[in-house]
Design a binder for this molecule. Structure first.
Ligand code: SF4
Ligand code: SF4
Ligand code: SF4
Length: 304
């Protein structure tokens, strides 16, 4: 039986032979198959999610640091302002002009949205990403071949690639699925001192979000981001300013899996070729740097 590591080695060997030859090999692959990533579409379990109230966020960074600690990331005391393989959640800061002309500084916690119909899982040809019935979209590194289809497919720009790992791995928030499995809330939620993050069943969070909008006139825009976008997401946002001003993508209620599947089915060879080419160039450049550094080191020893 072929092990996951063998699949990965085979894929990387293909990279070593050059991106063009890999494109030629990939032409023999069948088109990307539809894959919702759902563990069990008939499962009636109500998914969990997180309600992020941007009007309560002070930008204290506690969530970002707690996330790093919970996921054993590098530089655990440095808060990230963008997602990376070392930061599964990040705090973006924007200065927004309000309707009365005044300026407001807004901190925006970003992480995986845990889509109800995840385009990342749909695009993954080997089933490395899947939506659990209880909410989280989880990743299995043992299955991943590093093709980065998921990165192309995600409408929120969430999956990040670990460039410094020769095996190539994808990184993203998994809603702290192992904590949820033992009845705990995600690390970021537990760390927030301001009640800006609330964990619970998605339906209850939605009801609460709409109740907050109704009972606090003027505090929020009448929009719960994630209720319908991309077919709905497990994570939801409340905001005082229109989400488009915060850089959130404008998406209709159609699952991105429908867009993504048609794109990936029409261009799988190009997408795989581009991913392979980018990876090959990175590995070659890094090897040159390593050889140059080793050469400089050796010449320094001779000069001494
Ligand atoms: S936000 Fe992106 S990475 Fe997260 S579940 Fe949706 S498609 Fe996948
Ligand atoms: S749910 Fe877990 S992995 Fe996701 S942002 Fe929060 S702490 Fe990080
Ligand atoms: S811990 Fe809460 S208040 Fe602090 S940055 Fe995160 S979401 Fe905002």
């Amino acid at each position: 039986m072929t092990s996951p590591n063998t699949s990965r080695r085979t894929f990387l060997k293909g990279l070593g032979a050059g991106a063009l030859s890999l494109v030629a090999v990939s032409s023999q692959l069948t088109p990307v198959q539809a894959n919702t990533g759902l563990t069990d579409t008939t499962d009636a379990i109500e998914p969990y999610g997180v309600l992020i109230d941007l009007t309560r966020c002070t930008g204290c960074e506690s969530c970002v640091l707690a996330c790093k600690k919970a996921n054993n990331r590098n530089q655990p005391t440095v808060a990230a302002d963008r997602l990376s393989s070392d930061a599964y959640c990040a705090l973006e800061r924007k200065t927004i002009t309000l309707h009365d002309g005044s300026l407001a500084d807004i901190a925006i916690k970003r992480q995986c949205m845990h889509c109800l119909h995840p385009a990342c899982a749909s695009a993954c040809t080997v089933g490395a990403l899947r939506k659990q019935a209880n909410g989280p979209v989880v990743y299995d590194s043992a299955k991943c071949i590093g093709c980065r289809y998921c990165q192309y497919a995600c409408p929120f720009g969430v999956p990040t690639y670990e460039w410094n790992n020769a095996l190539g791995l994808i990184h993203k928030c998994d809603m702290c699925a192992t904590r949820i499995a033992i009845g705990e809330s995600p690390a970021c939620v537990g760390a927030c001192p301001n009640g800006a993050l609330r964990f619970g069943k998605r339906s209850a969070l939605l009801a609460q979000a709409h109740a907050q909008i109704q009972t606090n006139p003027g505090r929020y825009v009448d929009h719960v981001y994630g209720e319908f976008e991309a077919g709905g997401t497990s994570n939801l946002y409340l905001s005082a300013v229109p989400f488009v001003q915060l850089g959130f993508p404008v998406l209709d209620g159609r699952p991105v899996t429908e867009h993504g599947e048609s794109i990936m089915q029409s261009t799988p060879i190009i997408a795989l070729g581009m991913a392979a080419l980018a990876t090959s160039l990175h590995l070659i450049t890094r090897r040159h740097h390593e050889l140059a550094a080793a050469s400089a080191h050796a010449s320094g020893r001779h000069d001494a």
